[in-house]
Design a protein. Structure first.
Length: 188
C-alpha cells in the first residue's frame, strides 16, 4: 500500500512540475508586428502580416521562459504598394535573398512586476545581432471555446545600419522603433 501511495505521489508531483512549463503558439489573427521610420520630418508606419512563433512559458518563474519567432519579409505592408515593393527590393530588405526575420531568445531578465528584458539573436538581412526586447506580460486568460491564452507586448529600436540596410540616408531615419503585441494559444 505504501508503495502505491509513493508511486501516486511521485506521479502527481511530476504532473504538477510538468504543468508549470507550457508551450504557446503565437496567434497571428490576434497579434501584430509594427514599426515606424522617419521620412524627412514625419514618421511612416508599417507592419508585417505573416509571422509565427512559440513561447515556452514557465508559469512558476517567467524569467525561465523562451521565445522564438519568424516574420515573413514578403508580408510587409506600409499601405503603399510602390513603397512596399521598394522596401522589399535589393535596395533595402532584399526579400528575394533574405525572406525572413528571425528571433530566438537567450535570456529573460525580470525588470519589474510583469516586465522583462528579453535578450536574443535577431537575424535580419542576413545579419545576426543580439538585441533586447522590452517585454510586458499581459497575463493569462481563458478565451473562446475554453482556449488557454497568454498575452505579451514587446518593443525595441533597431538601427538600420547595424543590419546593412542603409539606402536613402538623410531621407530615412536610421532608427526603427518596433512594437509587437502577441496573443498566444496553449498548444494541446
Amino acid at each position: 500500500m505504501k508503495r502505491i501511495i509513493l508511486l501516486l505521489s511521485s506521479f502527481a508531483l511530476a504532473l504538477a512540475a510538468r504543468a508549470a512549463v507550457e508551450t504557446y503558439q503565437i496567434d497571428p489573427v490576434h497579434s501584430s508586428v509594427g514599426f515606424t521610420i522617419r521620412h524627412f520630418v514625419s514618421k511612416v508606419p508599417g507592419s508585417f502580416t505573416k509571422f509565427a512563433g512559440t513561447i515556452v512559458v514557465d508559469r512558476d518563474n517567467l524569467a525561465n521562459s523562451t521565445v522564438s519567432a519568424t516574420i515573413e519579409i514578403g508580408s510587409l505592408n506600409t499601405a503603399n504598394e510602390m513603397r512596399d515593393n521598394d522596401v522589399k527590393s535589393a535596395k533595402f530588405l532584399d526579400a528575394a535573398n533574405f525572406s525572413t526575420i528571425t528571433f530566438t531568445s537567450s535570456s529573460w531578465k525580470k525588470t519589474g512586476e510583469n516586465t522583462f528584458d528579453v535578450t536574443g539573436d535577431l537575424t535580419l538581412h542576413g545579419v545576426k545581432k543580439e538585441v533586447v526586447l522590452k517585454v510586458v506580460f499581459d497575463g493569462f486568460a481563458t478565451g473562446m471555446r475554453g482556449a488557454q491564452l497568454s498575452g505579451w507586448e514587446a518593443s525595441t529600436t533597431l538601427t538600420r545600419a547595424d543590419f546593412g540596410v542603409s539606402a536613402y540616408k538623410g531621407v530615412l531615419g536610421d532608427e526603427v522603433p518596433v512594437t509587437i503585441n502577441i496573443e498566444a494559444d496553449l498548444k494541446k
